[in-house]
Design a protein around this ligand. Structure first.
Ligand code: LHQ
Length: 261
């Protein structure tokens, strides 16, 4: 599949999606929303993809909605429909993908771009990265699931602060607040992301996927429901080749070789 606004490559079990409109710091236009969604769909279907890295070309991760693009819309343009028919498909696709997604946040992640980074499972930030809920600068509220993801990650007081001040949160601050998993020096950023991606792509992929499903579901379950659901999913995990291999490797005192099934 050829794309106009993103780059897509697969290597050693890792699919890398690169948002590729660097002149706008990778602002999302309709084509980029659609193509990124399509790329995640491709990742879901491809058995040889066991981890996905989402990153940005150039000095930004994503500056959010392309404001020039929406400015040119005709009278009657519905922002609600734009979200429902565009971004929501992308966010839901990411959350329902039962493979780990790493947002490799190379630079600024603003507005909807920050939302997309938050919808990933793991965030690795370059020390040059920053996070801005730019929405209120243009008189909007956070969207793209930011109101759902961010309070869960950093607490409502900090999330609301970020929304109403639209302050630029540095990578170091984001790490301290629990928004990102690791911050890497700019020179070691790609290496760090690759190490994470390789580790995840050679792990027990079925278990990684079921864990994502269990944790996502647990937000709206009681403890009793969550325990039940875990037992149900564990039944599946325990029938996997990777479970047999993991136990065998432990008993033989060697590193496991997970096949991802
Ligand atoms: C851009 C953008 C951009 C177009 C930089 N668009 N060109 C959902 C549904 C519908 C409607 C509206 O919104 C939403 C959700 C949202 O995402 S709302 C929030 C939208 N995003 C923003 O408000 C962020 C706007 N950008 C900025 O505040 C700055 O560019 C940041 C802080 C991200 C980076 O600042 P700098 O590093 O100083 O870069 P810059 O401002 O010089 O930008 C570089 C170029 O990128 C520049 O173009 P130029 O031709 O002058 O070099 C910008 O115009 C362009 N650009 N963001 N969102």
């Amino acid at each position: 599949m050829t794309y106009q606004t993103i780059l897509f490559e697969k290597n050693d079990g890792v699919a890398t999606i690169t948002l590729n409109r660097p002149d706008t710091l990778n602002a999302f236009n309709d084509v980029m929303i659609r193509e990124t969604t399509e790329a995640f769909k491709q990742c879901a279907r491809a058995a040889d993809v066991r981890c996905v890295v989402l990153t940005g070309a150039g000095r930004g991760f994503s500056s959010g909605q392309d404001l020039a693009d929406v400015q040119n819309r005709a009278e009657g343009f519905s922002v609600g429909d734009h979200l429902r028919h565009g971004y929501h498909r992308l966010i839901k696709r990411m959350v329902s993908l039962e493979k780990p997604i790493i947002a490799a946040v190379n630079g600024v992640a603003a507005g909807a771009g920050c939302g997309v980074a938050l919808a990933a499972d793991i965030r690795i930030a370059s020390e040059k990265a920053s996070f801005i809920l730019a929405f209120s600068r243009v008189g909007l509220i956070p969207d793209n699931g930011v109101n759902w993801f961010l309070p869960r990650l950093i607490g409502q007081a900090r999330a609301y602060q970020m929304a109403i001040t639209a302050q630029r949160v540095s990578a170091a601050q984001a790490l301290e607040w629990g928004m990102v998993n690791e911050v890497a020096e700019a020179e070691r950023f790609h290496e760090t992301v690759n190490e994470w991606a390789q580790r995840l792509a050679s792990g027990p992929s079925l278990a990684f996927g079921l864990t994502k499903r269990a944790m996502n579901r647990a937000w709206d379950q009681t403890l009793a429901e969550a325990l039940n659901y875990e037992a149900y999913l564990q039944e599946t995990a325990a029938q996997s080749q990777d479970y047999r291999e993991g136990v065998q490797a432990f008993l033989e005192k060697r590193a496991p070789r997970f096949a991802g099934k």
